[in-house]
Design a protein around this ligand. Structure first.
Ligand code: NAD
Ligand code: UDP
Length: 329
């Protein structure tokens, strides 16, 4: 009989790709989401699949599932700075109360759980590249603190369930990942630049653009998550593409890729925006025999192709999703 996996954040960017992967591997997938930052269109193609079941639910509220569950992937959480600045309390709740609910569910079902942590646990890092033994440099009371501290709490409670209850847990520290199904207006740098290029606007570089990021294509990340879930390692593992680039160089690459003649304009750097970020993936290579396969050039091409084919409605410039109908902070 096929194994059952619960995936939270199923209607989001990463969650929807994970649903596809586990369906294609023959799992029964229970997708859970409250659509606060997600989009039904990301999973519309799965609704008729006999192995896919969708549950609309806010994971910060007690979760009741009657059937057996073998695995849980907890990916529900706002993930873009615009989103978590707009819904800071929901962000803290989904990382803390939501994670507590899912760990409790995993314990009662004797399921293995993998949680989506982030490179943001390293904050504005003083060690470069970042390896798993670095404790980080996070401003708990700054604007990004709501996300960073929720994720740090998430790691702490997950390790507590592992140590105290013997729960089978996995922690993925995910570095900037991109690809089709990102929300064009979620404010993250790739959809932001591609949306600007498509609308014929200038590209907005924050600060002087000397800050760096390392961008991982979604298919590589999904493969890493898959391997980590089936590994026997319970401490955190970095997953990301070590190919680092400054934001200004990246903006120039996007102008070239999109064949745009727009300019780059400079805007102020958001508070606590990390100056550099690059994963050390030595552990993932050794443990999971995993490394990234898709170059930035290839990945950006596939992503731009996706954005180019979006409906006009999704291309229009809306800075924020309307969260009001979802929120009881
Ligand atoms: P996303 O916003 O596209 O997806 C998040 C999904 O979670 C959305 O569908 C949203 O509606 C859902 N959600 C949020 N709160 C919820 C709640 N209380 N109950 C039920 N559903 C809820 O973001 P993403 O980029 O797909 O990120 C997914 C996960 O991966 C997040 O946990 C994020 O922190 C983590 N992550 C992502 C990246 C990245 O670069 N994409 C990097 C590091 C970590
Ligand atoms: N950024 C930018 N212009 C934008 C959006 C983002 O220059 O329109 C910068 C941002 O300041 C950061 C980097 O791009 O240094 C990556 O930002 P993103 O929001 O994608 O992710 P994060 O800061 O969480 O890594």
């Amino acid at each position: 009989m096929s194994k059952t996996i619960l995936i939270t954040g199923a209607a989001g960017f990463l969650g929807s790709h994970l649903c596809d992967r586990f369906i294609s591997e023959g799992f029964k997938v229970l997708g859970m989401d409250n659509f606060i930052t997600g989009d039904k269109d990301n999973i519309q193609h799965l609704f008729d699949h006999q192995n896919f079941h969708f549950i609309e639910h806010d994971v910060t509220v007690h979760i009741d599932i009657d059937e057996p569950i073998d695995y849980i992937l907890h990916f529900a959480s706002p993930a873009s700075p615009i989103d978590y600045l707009k819904i800071p309390i929901q962000t803290l709740k989904v990382g803390s109360l939501g994670t507590h609910n899912l760990l409790g569910l995993a314990k009662s079902k004797k399921a293995r759980i993998l949680i989506a942590s982030t490179s943001e646990v390293y904050g504005d890092p003083l060690v470069h590249p970042q390896s798993e033994d670095y404790f980080g440099n996070v401003n708990s009371i700054g604007p990004r603190g709501v996300y960073d501290e929720a994720k740090r709490f998430q790691e702490a409670i997950t390790m507590a369930y592992h140590r105290f209850h013997g729960l089978e847990t996995r922690i993925a520290r995910i570095f900037n990942t991109y690809g089709p199904r990102m929300r064009l207006n979620d404010g993250r740098v790739i959809p932001a630049f591609m949306g600007q290029a498509l609308r014929g606007e200038d590209l907005s570089v924050f600060g002087e653009g000397t800050q760096t990021r390392s961008f991982c294509y979604v298919d590589d990340l999904v493969e890493g998550i898959y391997r980590l879930l089936f590994s026997d390692y319970s401490n955190p593992v970095n997953l990301g593409n070590p190919d680092e680039i400054t934001i200004i160089e990246f903006a120039n690459e996007i102008l070239k890729l999109t064949n745009s003649d727009q300019k780059i304009i400079f805007k102020s750097l958001p508070e606590d925006d990390p100056l550099k970020r690059q994963p050390d993936i030595t552990l993932a290579k050794k443990l999971l025999n995993w490394s990234t396969k898709i170059s930035r050039k290839e990945g950006m091409k596939m992503t731009f192709n996706y954005f180019q084919n979006l409906s006009d409605e999704k291309l229009t410039k809306i800075d924020h999703k309307d969260f009001s109908k979802h929120i009881k902070q």
